[in-house]
Design a protein around this ligand. Sequence first.
Ligand code: ZN
Length: 186
Amino acid sequence: MKNKKESIKLIEKLLINIGEDVTRAGLVDTPKRCVNMYEELLSQTGVDPKYEINTFFESENEEAILVKDIQFYSLCEHHMLPFYGVCHIAYVPSNKKITGLSKLARLVESSSRRLQIQEDMTLMIANALEEQLSPKGVYVIIEAEHMCMAMRGIKKIGSKTVTSKKTGIFLEDKDLVKDIEYKIKL
Ligand SMILES: [Zn+2]
């Protein structure tokens, strides 16, 4: 984060404007903690997550690979409130090119640590896989709960937003899509 000292002052100012006494014991270190927290939660701002896909292997098995229920936490760009849930990633390799399974989890992690909307995060993950693996197709699904819908506004607790992005073979092969969705239990 640029200019941490100034950021701490700005959070302090925000607390004062809310009507808080920033000298009371519980709040003395809050601006600093808050800035450190944003630094951690938004650490991948401006970083292209595709570089997490940086090891490549060969496999004779060219069937779809699915890693499901990859947990993540992100912040929505409209309210800076958390949205969180799971991401499922499926891809069908091309030219025997695959990546490590943990790299898919790292891709989700990097994609989540920034201000955004769920729709764009889904696209970002699909694009990264397309660029790094040139697969026959990818199918990315994110299921998330948005605190901005649960805590404020419409106050719908427990509702889930599901977004997806399909490319290549997943746009054509309905049986393959069904098979992946069955495995995810969508
Ligand atoms: Zn929001």
